[in-house]
Write a new protein. Structure first.
Length: 133
């Protein structure tokens, strides 16, 4: 007769070997001082993230509309990347600073959702400020 610990060990081994380990969404993170690009001449954009709202320069924006709102702000104010940004050594314009402020109630999942949306937006360098308690 097998002991109970042997059966538990075999079940544990079975479930460990039969489960799949998959990667879900990956978000690249860099340190704040890790950017090698030149600072932009354009003023930064401010994004405030809360559990129920997303404010871009004091204007409420839906998460799915954020890429278009960023593009509109970048061109409507006459600060398109080719207008008044000084080019870097390789000829590209430096990314515009996007400062993301978190409210204390923001969950890690909400922040990850925002970073996934921002990952596909070119021309911006997001910097996340920590929430205060």
């Amino acid at each position: 007769m097998t002991s109970l610990i042997d059966v538990i060990f075999l079940l544990l081994l079975f479930f460990m070997l039969s489960s799949t380990f998959s990667r879900f969404a990956e978000v690249e993170l860099t340190a704040a001082g890790a950017s090698a690009s030149a600072p932009s001449d354009r003023p930064p954009l401010f994004l405030r993230l809360s559990p129920e709202a997303l404010m871009l320069n004091a204007r409420e924006v839906a998460m799915q509309d954020l890429p278009q709102a960023l593009a509109d702000l970048n061109t409507a104010s006459g600060t398109a990347p080719s207008d008044n940004a000084s080019p870097t050594a390789d000829g590209d314009t430096p990314p515009r600073a996007l400062i993301v402020a978190l409210t204390p109630e923001v969950t890690a999942q909400r922040l990850t959702d925002l970073l996934v949306v921002l990952r596909d937006v070119r021309g911006f360098l997001p910097t996340v400020l920590g929430g205060t308690s």
